[in-house]
Design a protein around this ligand. Structure first.
Ligand code: AMP
Length: 430
């Protein structure tokens, strides 16, 4: 019989690597808390229409990469509906923002999430079909100050702090503005006409994008198309005065905080909802990501709430690819050292198993990390297992149980001592 394997593009995360995942998430939670963010957990699946409207029908995500199915009703009267595994989390957060009438507080909402996302992309190093994102969104009614450039700069400064605290080296922040929805529409039209006469020279994908979503052509990494793409009009030529000022304010605040960035006029990002500030953090080649060097991306989405039928609620957010963050940390040798347990309890003979388990129960209750062996093991086997897992080994035999004096082996010191039950917790901690 053929073995059943994890589905292509998905993978198991195992110890000790999961310790690194927990470390990353703990640092992220602590940074988010300092900036006043609270956690939101939205469902892993949503109605398909949320993404069609929120992300955009013409994006690669919605057009090609979603896991969508027709969910049948359970009763005759129950209508079926089209559902989709979330390919990203911003649409879900904004849906929840509207559904729970969060705008009514009149306050700025600062929400973060950590969870799996799903896209049917071609799997490769750093690109999976189930992957994790750590993200955050800041949104609120305009009178909460949600469209202020200060919010953009605060989010970017927070990301710089997070990457620095994690010890990511050599990150670069690429920054751009795609202007207001109107600027963007005018730019899109200009790109479409500029592409018209040269379109036939582009690769098939870019020919299609030139028609359906010309901004996406700018994202293209297709080598042969770069000359044409570099000669296309720049978004900055289409910024309104307001958009230009907003972008200047973001940069001024970043300069004040000493956050380094560079301007990347081609950075428009794939999703339809972005307006004004867009950004991406990348790491240098050789950071373990292969060709996928984007660690995280995000931007402002002033019209998204309204696109989803909600109130006016400008916002800005980002999503970090957690898998890529981990790969980078591993390549940059920031492995969290697997910690050894405090002690391994070795019962001498099957008859001592209950006493060994009871001792483990008491030591664990005292806060120690403990593994219990098995009474049928020979002493040599217990020693070998204990040496791999723990700093010390406690022998539980008939004599020990009746006398209350336990033999404790300390592997690092290479010594063996007798310890009274009352002193055992202290002896194992040291
Ligand atoms: P996006 O939602 O496309 O803006 O992506 C935000 C970040 O999520 C990217 O910068 C990547 O780090 C990460 N990401 C996106 N797609 C994948 C994927 N298929 N596998 C792993 N990470 C991904």
């Amino acid at each position: 019989m053929a073995n059943i394997k994890a589905v292509r593009g998905t993978r198991d995360l195992l110890p000790p690597e999961t310790a690194l995942w927990n470390h990353v998430e703990a640092v992220a939670r602590s940074v988010f808390a300092r900036y006043g963010f609270g956690e939101i957990r939205t469902p892993v699946f949503e109605v398909t229409e949320l993404f069609a409207r929120g992300v955009g029908e013409e994006t690669d995500i919605v057009a090609k990469e979603m896991y969508t199915w027709e969910d049948r009703g359970r009763a005759e009267s129950d209508k079926g509906q089209s559902l989709t595994l979330r390919p990203e989390n911003t649409a879900g957060v904004v849906r929840a923002y509207i559904e729970h009438k969060m705008a009514e507080t009149g306050m700025l909402e600062k929400l973060f999430y950590i969870g799996p996302q799903f896209r049917r992309e071609r799997p490769q190093r750093g690109r999976y079909r189930q992957f994790w994102q750590i993200g955050a969104e800041v949104l609120g009614p305009p009178w909460s100050g949600s469209d202020s450039a200060l919010r953009d700069a605060e989010v970017l400064e927070m990301l710089a702090t997070l990457l620095n605290e994690l010890g990511i080296r050599g990150w670069r922040l690429a920054l751009n503005s795609v202007g207001s929805a109107e600027d963007r529409a005018r730019y899109s039209a200009a790109l479409r006409s500029a592409l018209q006469p040269v379109k036939y020279k582009l690769c098939e994908d870019n020919q299609r994008r030139a028609e359906t979503n010309p901004l996406r052509v700018l994202d293209s990494k297709e080598e042969a198309d770069q000359e044409i793409i570099n000669a296309l009009p720049k978004i900055s030529e289409f910024w309104s005065e307001e958009s230009r000022t907003h972008f200047e304010q973001v940069k001024a605040a970043l300069n004040a905080c000493g956050v380094p960035y560079f301007e990347e006029p081609r950075l428009v990002r794939g999703l339809d909802y972005y307006t004004r500030t867009t950004f991406e953090f990348t790491v240098p080649d050789g950071s373990g990501l292969g060709t996928q060097n984007a660690l995280l991306g995000g931007g402002r989405y002033d019209g998204l709430s309204e696109m989803l039928g909600g109130p006016k609620a400008p916002g800005i957010g980002f999503a970090i690819g957690e898998d890529r963050l981990i790969l980078t940390l591993q390549a940059q040798a920031k492995e969290v050292e697997a910690k050894k347990l405090d002690a391994f309890i070795a019962p001498m003979g099957l008859g001592q198993n209950p006493a060994a388990l009871k001792l483990a129960q008491e030591l664990r209750a005292a806060g120690l990390t403990i593994e219990v062996g098995e009474g049928s093991f020979r002493l040599k086997k217990s020693f070998e297992a204990a040496d791999k897992l723990a700093r010390k080994m406690v022998i539980v035999g008939e004599d020990e149980v009746s006398s209350g004096l336990f033999t404790v082996k300390d592997f690092a010191a290479g010594e063996q001592v007798k310890v009274a039950r009352a002193e055992l917790v202290g002896a194992l901690k040291s």
